[in-house]
Design a protein around this ligand. Structure first.
Ligand SMILES: Nc1ncnc2c1ncn2[C@@H]1O[C@H](COP(=O)(O)OP(=O)(O)O)[C@@H](O)[C@H]1O
Ligand SMILES: [Mg+2]
Length: 208
């Protein structure tokens, strides 16, 4: 048992993960609960080197499987260097995206082998499972219009919409599969309303 609580934020682009993670962190700080905010990709020194390799045009011949292994290595470093040590110290860790993003985007979105992704995740995290995954659910249309700053979403090609629809459906499927971990929060409406929904959804985890 780890002393700190581990809360992950997931959802499609524009769902409000970053906004809501910061609001929850502010709430916890006011209650004198020690909190650490982090995000994936993990921002470790080693992770940075791995990313250089992934983005280097000279590495264009990298295979899909190798690419997945390098992302898994980045996640392993993030867990070992940042997440697990904080949880051991009793710090509440809030993380913007985690293994579920890999499953949603690479698995459901891109159609990569789900069994391989799940095995990689398991190895990368050392089977660390969050106390809660806050899934901010919004429609693809709303997500895209938020990201584009209210430009009409119809200007995007249909393919991109289909991709995000698969990702959203994947998230909702995971929520059904892992109901003990996932807490689906309606991401629509004013920021403050969503914040209140989140406090309700994770209330059991944030009492000092
Ligand atoms: N409830 C909301 N209603 C309208 N706009 C929002 C809401 N929450 C966040 N936004 C805005 O939408 C954009 C995406 O939010 P962000 O928190 O970055 O989402 P994510 O991290 O999930 O991609 C930002 O410009 C943010 O200010
Ligand atoms: Mg974000």
């Amino acid at each position: 048992m780890l002393a700190g609580k581990f809360i992950v934020f997931e959802g499609i682009d524009g769902a409000g993960k970053t906004t809501q993670m910061e609001l929850l962190a502010g709430f916890l700080k006011k209650m004198d609960i020690p909190v650490l905010c982090t995000r994936e990709p993990g921002g470790t020194r080693i992770g940075g080197r791995l990313r250089e390799l992934l983005l280097d045009p000279a590495c264009h011949d990298i295979s899909h499987r190798t690419e997945a292994f390098l992302y898994a290595a980045d996640r392993a470093q993030h867990v070992d260097e940042i997440i697990r040590p904080a949880l051991v110290k009793g710090i509440t860790v809030l993380c913007d995206r985690f293994v579920y993003s890999t499953l949603a985007y690479q698995g459901w979105g891109r159609g990569m082998d789900m069994a391989l992704l799940r095995q990689l995740n398991e190895l990368a995290t050392g089977a660390l499972v969050p106390d809660a995954v806050v899934l901010l659910d919004i429609t693809v249309r709303e997500g895209i219009s938020r990201v584009l700053g209210q430009r009409p979403p119809d200007r995007l090609e249909g393919e991109k919409n289909d991709f995000f629809r698969r990702v959203r459906d994947g998230y909702l499927e995971m929520a059904l599969r892992w109901p003990g971990t996932f807490r689906v929060v309606e991401g629509d409406g004013p920021v403050e309303d969503v914040h209140r929904r989140i406090l309700k959804a994770v209330g059991d985890l944030i009492t000092p």
